[in-house]
Design a protein around this ligand. Structure first.
Ligand SMILES: NC(=O)c1ccc[n+]([C@@H]2O[C@H](COP(=O)([O-])OP(=O)(O)OC[C@H]3O[C@@H](n4cnc5c(N)ncnc54)[C@H](O)[C@@H]3O)[C@@H](O)[C@H]2O)c1
Length: 699
């Protein structure tokens, strides 16, 4: 096997260079751990080596963390608790070797240094990061585990608990500037100078006093309050608050952050005992369903990148957004902040255009206030926007995203004008939520370049984009939009052109089921709480107000035309006063007018159990998801699960709609639906679900 590392000597400093020829990005798999270990042992024994720099030879970055294929294999093993524990011990032994080398060590980071990649830097004497590219952090909680190679022990000791806990619990990645400010790195420099700066830092560490000076600088960077909270009983406050924060966010559904808190709180200056506890914690978490589902979600996200089937998209260097209303202005944000593309905003209403620019400026202003961007970077991003789009702008646009109101005639008119001005090879994407792409492209000169690019609201936040090819869309148009979606930092799911596409088709019956239960007399709060306890991010009734009553009613009217045979008809949903039930308070928060609704319904609480409410909400989505899958809206169950998690916030720890169905057993789901359908005929199990139940499972 080819070597994954090499040594380059620069005088008395050895540069240990991580460069795995078998991987695009270095990962810390078993073989890499062993090889780094052997190299370090040799460097320790070599008297001519006085200091060591650890850096990467790959342009893609330092070290992306544990090898997730190996992690997945561990969690699927017969004894994940034991195997996870042993894997942690092996990683910890490597980090101890770095820490105990007896010679100064400097980690020089560009690109990602995540998980194990971050943990190796924590074991070094000092760290330096490349401006622009470095991303350092411990994302393990996001994978349902905890930092198991010493990170849970070393990070709080390096930075204080008050600084370190949020980084661990929120899986925060720090860029070079934020890492410097937090004390996580000791210096930053442009990427081209990284090796040189690391070399100088390593040499300076050979001089007496440097180590102490760096430690003092790190200490001084911690806010005084965080330092004060390190002392004795005050530390308990930090843990109590962190625990409350976790419970408020997760309702206790995720074992990893709670376990991490328990493990970190029990750590002491005794390294061996602390690491032992950490390794045990990792093993226990690897055996949880939540971790299996979260690791799988990562792989589903990787699979989603390959949906263009090997077709290469066209280069997109300039974009025009047509319609800068609620969606268009939101779509422009990741275009300039993430993809950093020059973006023209074509909007017929000048006042709306002004509001769009204000919204984008405020968004950037918040990033500056949170120190995620410097004022210069924010100004550069804002300057990528071009209000208004003349014919000359359109002529050099590579891709247009249309977000004008949902009226077919208007969309035809807009696209006819666009086709007259854009280049023949420019891609035309529509953010329609309900109109078939085939209908939008029906009058087009070149229907092969029309494609649906369905963002979810708010577009600057929601991570999913449904990509919808019409009947004549070219594979290259699909590939272009898939690639652009990834550049926006979002996840694409390619969906067949069908009413409501995928996510709204499943989400609307769920919302309607909640409305229906309220119509049967269940208090609004009980329905909302049951959904939140299931793990949904917002209650289904409040969601109506958040998405907007007109949008919900519009999507309903479209879906009713096609799927009315299995949708309930709750009376209060049809009332003309229905919008009055959703009001924003002075601070702009959505307040559902529960008493008003209860007054309209006027029925006694039927006393359904929480389980019944949750089951109806879940099973109605499953039933529709099964139909969608049977109709081939997406080719793989995994893509449906991914779309539901990223499009609706379906609880990630459950792994998605179909994964959750498998956990419950499809036969049991069918049986439960049959029982409900005696009273609620629209809940009759769909043919798609029954067929899947006969097969046994989706996965
Ligand atoms: N609102 C949502 O939650 C949501 C979610 C996903 C998709 N969508 C879809 O996005 C699209 C836009 O929805 P929205 O909520 O942003 O609507 P909106 O009314 O907020 O914005 C539409 C904008 O288009 C402008 N416009 C109209 N004709 C134009 C023209 N010829 N040239 C340039 N601008 C023109 C209008 O002035 C308006 O500002 C619709 O197709 C909708 O179905 C909406």
């Amino acid at each position: 096997m080819a070597a994954k590392t090499r040594i380059e000597m620069q005088g008395k400093v050895a540069h240990l260079i991580l460069d795995d020829p078998d991987e695009k990005l270095n990962t810390l798999g078993q073989a890499m751990i062993e090889e780094i270990g052997q190299q370090l042992a040799a460097l320790k024994a070599d008297a001519s080596v006085e200091a060591v720099v650890i850096r990467s030879g790959k342009a893609s970055g330092f070290l992306a963390g544990a090898n997730l294929n190996e992690l997945q294999a561990l969690s699927a093993s017969k004894d994940p608790v034991k195997d996870g524990y042993e894997a942690a011990k092996a990683g910890q032994a490597l980090m101890n070797l770095v820490e105990d080398l007896g010679k100064p060590t400097v980690a020089a980071v560009h690109g990602p240094a995540l998980g194990g990649g971050c943990e190796i830097t924590l074991a070094c004497t000092a760290r330096v990061a490349a401006l622009d590219s470095a991303r350092i952090g411990l994302p393990e909680i996001q994978l349902g585990i905890l930092p198991g190679f010493g990170g849970s022990y070393r990070l709080p000791r390096l930075l204080t608990h008050a600084t370190a806990l949020p980084i661990i619990l929120n899986s925060t990645n720090l860029d070079a500037r934020r890492a410097l400010k937090a004390g996580l790195v000791d210096d930053v420099c442009p990427a081209q100078q990284l090796a040189e700066v690391a070399q100088a830092l390593a040499l300076s560490l050979l001089k007496p006093g440097t180590r102490q000076r760096l430690a003092a600088a790190r200490h001084a960077k911690q806010p005084w309050m965080n330092r004060a909270l390190e002392m004795g009983p005050l530390k308990a406050i930090v843990f109590r608050q962190a625990r409350q924060g976790v419970l408020a966010k997760t309702h206790g559904a995720y074992p990893a952050p709670l376990k991490a808190l328990e493990v970190i709180q029990a750590h002491s200056a005794d390294r061996a005992a602390s690491l032992e506890r950490e390794a045990q914690g990792l093993g226990q978490l690897l055996a949880t369903d939540a971790s299996r589902n979260l690791v799988r979600l990562f792989f589903l996200g990787q699979d989603a990148k390959k949906q263009a089937g090997g077709v290469k998209g066209a280069t997109v260097a300039r974009v025009t957004v047509v319609g800068a209303g609620f969606m268009g202005s939101g779509i422009a944000i990741p275009l300039v902040t993430k993809a950093k593309l020059p973006t023209a905003l074509k909007e017929s209403n000048l006042e709306v255009l002004g509001k769009a620019l204000k919204k984008i400026r405020e968004h950037l202003g918040k990033a500056v206030a949170k120190r995620r961007l410097t004022p210069t970077e924010a100004a550069q991003q804002f300057n990528l926007l071009r209000p208004g789009a003349e014919s000359a702008d359109l002529a050099c646009t590579d891709l247009v995203i249309e977000a004008v109101p949902e009226i077919l005639g208007l969309k035809h008119k807009v696209f006819a004008e666009l086709e007259a001005h854009v280049r023949p090879d420019a891609i035309l994407a529509s953010n329609t939520s309900t109109l078939p792409i085939g209908d939008i492209a029906a009058q087009a000169q070149r229907p092969e370049r029309f494609v649906g690019m369905h963002f979810f609201s708010p577009a600057e936040v929601m991570p999913l984009v449904e990509v919808i090819p019409g009947p004549k869309t070219s594979p290259q148009a699909v590939a272009t939009v898939v690639e652009l979606t990834l550049k926006l930092g979002k996840t694409p799911v390619v969906v067949k052109d069908s009413p409501g596409f995928l996510v709204n088709r499943i989400l609307l019956p769920y919302i309607l089921e909640a409305v229906q239960m309220v119509d049967e007399g269940v208090p609004v709060e009980r329905v909302e709480k049951a959904a939140l306890r299931f793990g949904m991010p917002v209650g289904p009734i409040k969601l109506i107000g958040e998405v907007g009553v007109p949008v919900i009613l519009h999507v309903f009217s479209i879906l009713e035309q096609h799927f009315g045979d299995h949708l309930p008809q709750p009376a209060w949903f049809k009332k003309k006063e229905f919008p009055d039930a959703f009001m924003r308070d002075a601070a702009g928060r959505m307040q559902v007018q529960a008493a008003l609704i209860q007054g309209w319904v006027g029925k006694a609480d039927p006393g359904y159990s929480d389980q019944d409410i949750q089951d109806r909400l879940f099973l109605v989505m499953l039933n529709e998801g099964a139909r969608a899958l049977a109709e081939g809206l997406v080719p793989e169950p995994g893509l449906l699960d991914l779309a539901m998690i990223y499009g609706t916030g379906f609880p990630p720890y459950r792994g998605g709609l179909l994964r959750e169905a498998d956990r419950r057993g499809l036969a049991a789901c069918v049986k439960r639906l049959e029982a409900f359908s005696a009273q609620a005929p629209w809940l009759k199990p769909s043919a798609g679900l029954v067929a899947a139940a006969v097969k046994g499972a989706y996965y």
